[in-house]
Every structure is written in structure tokens, then in C-alpha cells.
Write a protein that binds this ligand. Structure first.
Ligand code: IFM
Length: 429
């Protein structure tokens, strides 16, 4: 039995997070265009068991039931993503009314339950038509993103108080363009670096078009066996994205590598002041020096030993979240806006009595609380995820949900962690 959690400050937001391609399904409905994830998942050998997001959790049709689950849980906010190919099937041009209608209904239904909508505008499902013109390797995609953001804001901006531009640009760059195990499946190594800059430019352009903007990255505290390798890894994973946004500059060696991909004025756009910084945390990363002088990268990742691991094999280190939050404060000082932990959670075996997840969430919430007590301005915490869903290249094999989904019948069954979190939230004064 875990002790009850300490009280969070008044106004602290508790929420759940999801993403369009991972839950919506309805891939061919209401004029939605193909995304890079449709193409990738339908390419033999790319996802576990050939799983696709064609149906996923069928949230497109079952969103009302899912909002009832959120309401029963007692969350204050729901972070979801807007599928760009529903709004602009070809990635440019006028908005498609039926696509916007879906998010309109969703936001209204959330409002009726008193749940704040926190939309993310890009969670990796790029319209395939834009990928065909170069995807994030092309500066053009950033410009198109600015247009798309304005279209969504025009329709939902009367009810949405905060926006997230991009989800985890580091993961999209690394897995989508450098290693190729995510869509669009390019294995370009370091030549993927322009993807970082173009995503950041897209963020900045959207930040100029919207009010109260956040960007969410996957962040990791680095356990460095070798200090040079540790600094390099921190630069690639964390600072490549946070420095330009908060300081208006890249780490020097990455600026050199980007060269004339960075144009005059870009960094001013990218550093448009943020309302808040979104942080997705799952685990720390241990790194050492590369084992060969010919290695393409100046570091090597190593296993974090002596800690439990999730069903995915990810190390469970709640204190890493404390280190990350306090580290951001120490690095960026006055330049750091308030922080929202926009994702945190774990995959477990396919059980309903998910004590493992309860312990995971309990430990990480305590870490957040400790960071707040030590002066870090953290305003919210979102569990990944409400539902079991399509876990990208792992298909449906990794279950992250507070709520179990039977993918044959679409039946939702709240797990023990859902009931636990409901008790935590109900106990707030
Ligand atoms: O499912 C993903 C999500 O899309 C982005 N952050 C990490 C989660 C778990 O891998």
C-alpha cells in the first residue's frame, strides 16, 4: 500500500495525454488524407505484427465514451493531438470542414465536462503529400505548418486556452529521419539534423500565430560515464531543442553542423516567448564514450542497471524526473517559463491489476512535488496515456493505458491505476 501523495499547489493541472494516430482510427473517413504513418504502417515489416492505426481505439467515433472516462477519473485537462491530414488532406490549402468539425465536437464535449482542452498540433502524423515534397527536410514544411496552425486556431481558438505546437521533435528527427524505425523511415544519420531546425521554425511560426504556446519535447537527464560523451548526448537530445527556444541559439557545434540551414531571422522566430515548456519524461539515459574511433556519433548509450524496467524494458527512475526539472531551472534560470509534465507513464503486461503502474505514477508524482517544493515552477502533470493505443513501431504490443482496451471489441476497462488516480484526484482539497 502506498502512502497518500502530498498536496499539489492550488490550480495544478492533472491530465491525461493521447495522440491522434495512436487512438483515432477512422483513417479514411470524412476526407482525411494519408499521413506518413499510414504509409509506414502499411509497408510490410515496419511495425510489429503489421499493426496499423486504421482503427486503433476508434476514438473518432467513441470520443464521448472516452470523455466520460476522463470525467470519471476527475482530470482537469486533456492533451490530445490534431491530425494535420484531417484538416489539410494534402498538407496545404483551405481547411477541410469535416476534419475541423471533429475537433470542434471534441472540444465542446470536453468543455461540457469542465475539462480543459490542450491540443498538440503535430504528433508525427505528417500529411503524406508534404513528405512527398521533402517532409521536415524541407523548409517548406515549416511554412505550411504555420498556415495549418492558423486554420486550427481560427476554429478552436475561442475555447482553447493553451496550445502545444510539436510533440517530441527529437524523437521524430531521430527515429523518423536518422535511424528510420519510425515514419517516414529515413536512415540518414547526422544528415537528419535539418529536421530539427525546420521543426523548430515551424514551432516559432505557429507561436507567432497563436496565443499561449508551449512546445513539448522528450527530455532525459544524462548519466555520463564519460563527461565529453555526456555533454554531446545532452546537446543532441535536449539542448538542440531547448536552447534555440529559450536562449535563441544552438549549442555551438550543432550550429556549425546546421550551417546555412539556419537563415537570418530564424532564431528570432524560434525564440518567440513561450507560455510554458512541455516536458515528456520516461527515463534517464546513460552514455559513455564511443567504443570505436570510427563511430558516427560522439557517444554510445549504455544500459541503466540495478533498477526495475517497464514492459518495454525502459528503466524506472523517478528521481530522474526531479533531476530533469531542477536541471532545467539551473540551466535556464530566468529564461525558463513554467513547466508542464505533458507525458509520463509506463507500459505494463496486459493486466487489470497494474500495481506496477500505480507505483510508477506515485514515484514520479512525488518527484514532481519535490521539484516544486525546491522552487521549480511546475504547473501540471499528464499521464501517458488514458487508453492502451497504437505504440508506433511496436503496434499494439505495448500497453500504456490507465484504461485497458480490447482491440477486438473496443471494450474499455479501467485498470487499478485508473481507480487509484481517481482516488488521488478526488482527495484534493
Ligand atoms: O507513445 C509515445 C508517445 O507518442 C510519445 N511519447 C512517448 C510515448 C511512449 O512511447
Amino acid at each position: 500500500m502506498v502512502d497518500s501523495l502530498p498536496a499539489f499547489p492550488p490550480g495544478f493541472h492533472f491530465g491525461v495525454s493521447t495522440a491522434s494516430y495512436q487512438i483515432e482510427g477512422a483513417a479514411g473517413e470524412d476526407g482525411r488524407g494519408p499521413s506518413i504513418w499510414d504509409t509506414f504502417a502499411h509497408t510490410p515489416g515496419r511495425t510489429r505484427n503489421g499493426d496499423t492505426g486504421d482503427v486503433a481505439c476508434d476514438h473518432y467515433h467513441r470520443y464521448a465514451e472516452d470523455i466520460t472516462l476522463m470525467s470519471g477519473l476527475g482530470v482537469d485537462a486533456y492533451r490530445f493531438s490534431v491530425a494535420w491530414p484531417r484538416i489539410q488532406p494534402e498538407g496545404s490549402g483551405p481547411a477541410q470542414a469535416k476534419g475541423l468539425d471533429f475537433y470542434d465536437r471534441l472540444v465542446d464535449a470536453l468543455g461540457e465536462r469542465g475539462i480543459a482542452a490542450l491540443p498538440t498540433l503535430f504528433h508525427w502524423d505528417l500529411p503524406q503529400a508534404l513528405e512527398d515534397r521533402g517532409g521536415w527536410l524541407s523548409r517548406e514544411t515549416a511554412l505550411r505548418f504555420g498556415d495549418y496552425a492558423a486554420l486550427v486556431a481560427d476554429r478552436l481558438g475561442d475555447r482553447v486556452r493553451r496550445w502545444i505546437t510539436l510533440n517530441e521533435p527529437v524523437v521524430h528527427m531521430a527515429q523518423g529521419y536518422a535511424f528510420g524505425d519510425h515514419a517516414p523511415g529515413h536512415a540518414l544519420g547526422l544528415a537528419a539534423l535539418p529536421v530539427a531546425h525546420h521543426q523548430l521554425l515551424a514551432h516559432g511560426l505557429a507561436a507567432q500565430a497563436l496565443e499561449n504556446v508551449m512546445i513539448t519535447n522528450n527530455m532525459t537527464p544524462v548519466i555520463a560515464d564519460d563527461p565529453v560523451a555526456g555533454t554531446a548526448y545532452d546537446a543532441f537530445h535536449n539542448r538542440l531543442f531547448t536552447d534555440p527556444v529559450l536562449l535563441g541559439s544552438y549549442p555551438a557545434f550543432l550550429a556549425d553542423a546546421l550551417g546555412d540551414v539556419i537563415r537570418d531571422g530564424d532564431l528570432d522566430i524560434i525564440s518567440t516567448p513561450l507560455h510554458a515548456l512541455g516536458v515528456n519524461y520516461y527515463n534517464p539515459t546513460r552514455v559513455g564514450a564511443p567504443s570505436s574511433p570510427d563511430a558516427p556519433l560522439p557517444f554510445e548509450t549504455l544500459p541503466v542497471e540495478g533498477v526495475p524496467t517497464t514492459a518495454f524494458g525502459w528503466p524506472v527512475v523517478p528521481s530522474g524526473l526531479y533531476d530533469l526539472l531542477t536541471g532545467l531551472r539551473d540551466t535556464y534560470g530566468d529564461r525558463l517559463p513554467p513547466i508542464y509534465v505533458t507525458e509520463n507513464g509506463c507500459s505494463t503486461d496486459d493486466v487489470l491489476d497494474d500495481r506496477f503502474r500505480i507505483d510508477y505514477l506515485d514515484g514520479h508524482l512525488r518527484a514532481v512535488h519535490r521539484a516544486i517544493t525546491d522552487g521549480v515552477d511546475v504547473r501540471g502533470y499528464f499521464v501517458w496515456s488514458l487508453l492502451d493505443n497504437f505504440e508506433w513501431a511496436e503496434g499494439y504490443s505495448q500497453r500504456f493505458g490507465l484504461v485497458r482496451v480490447d482491440f477486438e471489441t473496443q471494450q474499455r476497462t479501467p485498470r487499478a491505476s485508473y481507480h487509484w488516480l481517481r482516488g488521488v484526484l478526488a482527495g484534493r482539497s
